[in-house]
Write a protein that binds this ligand. Structure first.
Ligand code: CAA
Length: 417
């Protein structure tokens, strides 16, 4: 039997505070419906300087290990995907290894390509295991980021922060990946970037949406070509994309998943054997199908709407959101996943939900993690945003979590709860 490789378990970590998105809209003199209906947001995570990408990654990885009884001596690779790392040289993965007292025998490194970094790490880990080089060992891939555009910017309601840790192994209880089907599209564009030394991203917002959709089309068509060749999907009464039980997208804001799904359907409607029988206007209308969006996408967005953008982790928050609600119902079914990183690269891949998904999601207990958060006012959010990044407040982390305590002689020192 072909070796199965994929995601065995996951865990999340989020900042301790959040702001209600309608409060933010009112404070900015914006009609709240623009942020709720127009962008699809409900709440936005607010990370303080103590909750940097290292602290969030370590908290998520620690929870993953504890909740799933992972034997660290069986983990041969620790990868952190992030675009908001804390040092030009020292890897976030090294910090996580030290904070969790993980063995010295594992390969540790970070992966960076905007929001795609986590998927780059997941594919490196999956292919390492599938190749046999792992010799039976597992990998931990952590996606950790703080999305920050700044006060009073167009991107402000699409900020957020957090981490998702993934255990990757030959026992894919959550998702067995379809190795060899992935489709990729990459281009050199300036849609979203963060020059060295800046805390806030620079973004050409509307252009970034069109780059995302363009790259999605290329990546999806690449996956579809291989999936058709392997008879994973076919041209039939239903479109190839409709033959996936669910499709998860990179979610910089929830409404983007709707735009992405429309674009993916348009690829099928334009390329299929029946395309000559319809007009471009009819295809555009069919691509917008509310029923298709409701059936294939909507149920994955609950966590994204409550946390906001988490760059590398956004796609994996959608995976967590989907499987915490539908893990049992989707067991044995194939889903599609679209990762996007500005700059840019997109990768479309698929996998089959495992029989153990519901049990693993119960162990992740994502709702309990979110329930501990505190809602803060817009004034408090603004105060936190203005704090210098190198002077974290002296707060005690919750049990099992980590915080940046201070920076001494350019060394970052963390405290454990
Ligand atoms: N009621 C309901 N809807 C309303 C409304 C109201 N009163 N007022 C406006 N809207 C709708 C608009 O019609 C629009 O919807 P559509 O896109 O469906 O037309 C939506 O609300 C947003 O309105 P605008 O486009 O006018 O909003 P904006 O220009 O102020 O900013 C944004 C939107 C460009 C996404 C901005 O938030 C931004 O720059 N965000 C950061 C960049 C980003 O997330 N890019 C995504 C692709 S890049 C990527 O994915 C990588 C990554 O993680 C960053």
């Amino acid at each position: 039997m072909k070796k199965q490789v994929g995601i065995e378990a996951l865990a999340i970590a989020v900042p301790r505070r959040y702001v209600d998105i309608e409060d933010l809209a009112r404070a900015r003199g914006v009609e709240p419906a623009k942020y709720t209906a127009g962008l699809g947001a409900k709440e936005m995570a607010v990370a303080d300087p103590g909750e940097d990408s290292v602290a969030l990654a370590a908290s998520a990885a620690s929870r993953l290990i504890q909740r799933n009884g992972v034997d660290p001596s069986r983990v041969g690779m620790l990868v952190v995907g992030t675009e908001t790392g804390v040092d030009h040289s020292k890897a976030v993965a090294s910090h996580v290894q030290g904070l969790l007292k993980l063995p010295r025998t594992m390969r540790t490194f970070d992966t960076q390509h905007a929001c795609y970094g986590g998927t780059a790490g997941l594919m490196a880990a999956t292919e390492w295991i599938a190749s046999g080089a792992a010799a039976g060992r597992s990998a931990i891939v952590v996606c950790s980021d703080i999305a920050r555009y700044g006060l009073n910017t167009a991107g402000e309601p699409t900020q957020g922060g957090g981490a998702v840790a993934l255990l990757v192994s030959e026992q894919p209880d959550l998702l067995a990946l379809d190795i060899g089907l992935n489709g990729v599209c990459s281009m050199d564009v300036y849609d979203f970037w963060r020059p060295v030394g800046r805390r806030e991203a620079v973004v050409d917002g509307h252009y970034s949406i069109s780059c995302y959709l363009d790259a999605l089309s290329g990546a999806y068509r690449g996956w579809r070509e291989r999936a058709l060749a392997h008879e994973v999907v076919r041209w039939s009464d239903s479109l190839p994309g409709e033959q996936l039980a669910r499709i998860l997208y990179h979610v910089p804001f929830c409404k983007m998943a709707r735009k992405a799904h429309t674009q993916l359907r348009l690829c099928d409607l334009e390329d299929g054997p029946g395309s000559r029988d319809s007009t471009p206007a009819a295809r555009e209308e069919a691509a917008k199908s509310q029923a298709s969006y409701d059936a294939q996408v909507a149920s994955s967005l609950g966590l994204n709407a409550r946390i906001g953008n988490v760059y590398t982790a956004s796609l994996y928050l959608a995976l967590a959101g989907l499987l915490q609600g539908e893990g049992a119902a989707l067991a044995g079914k194939r889903i599609g996943l679209l990762s996007y990183g500005s700059g840019c690269v997109a990768e479309f891949y698929s996998g089959v939900v495992g029989e153990g998904a519901a049990k693993r999601m119960a162990q992740a207990d994502v709702e309990a993690v979110l329930a501990k958060r505190e809602r803060v006012s817009v004034e408090e959010y603004e105060r936190i945003m203005r704090l210098p990044s190198d002077a974290p407040e002296a707060l005690t982390p919750a049990p099992g979590e980590f915080r940046l305590a201070e920076i001494r002689e350019h060394r970052r020192l963390y405290t454990a709860g």
